[in-house]
Write a protein that binds this ligand. Sequence first.
Ligand code: HEC
Length: 124
Amino acid sequence: MNRNPIIPFILIMVMGIGLVFFMSLEGLNNSKEMAEEEKKHEEGGGGETASGGDFDPEAHYQSTCISCHGENYEGGAGPALKGVGERLSDEEIKTTLKNGKGAMPPGLVPEENIDAMAKWLKSL
Ligand code: HEC
């Protein structure tokens, strides 16, 4: 055993530097990927809840409103919604969706989707 005692230290140092170098490359890669992901999200219209672009009023009705307003908008716990556009103004519908009314709870429609929901309701 006649090895130079310094050699293991040098080896460890070289490995350490290599590791740090490798990790910083990884880090760069990751942050680049993250930036690209974010860009994609912005371009894609902000996802389902944020923009209202993908909002489907009918699907929302079926999951959220049907229990009180009925399968065919004929009413039940709540009034019938057929022809609601003739009875109520745009503003009244939107206010109802936003703040609720009587036994109807507020906030059933996300703020950014209220316009789309009101428009759809008026077409019933
Ligand atoms: C918990 C039961 C309930 C749910 C769920 C509900 N509503 Fe209502 N809704 C009511 C009641 C009760 C009224 C009547 C309130 C009043 O006039 O005092 C009403 C009124 C309305 C009105 C006004 C109608 C009119 O002729 O005055 C609209 C529009 C409406 N709801 C839309 C919706 C939509 C859209 C949803 C789903 C996002 C929904 N509601 C979910 C109970 C409900």
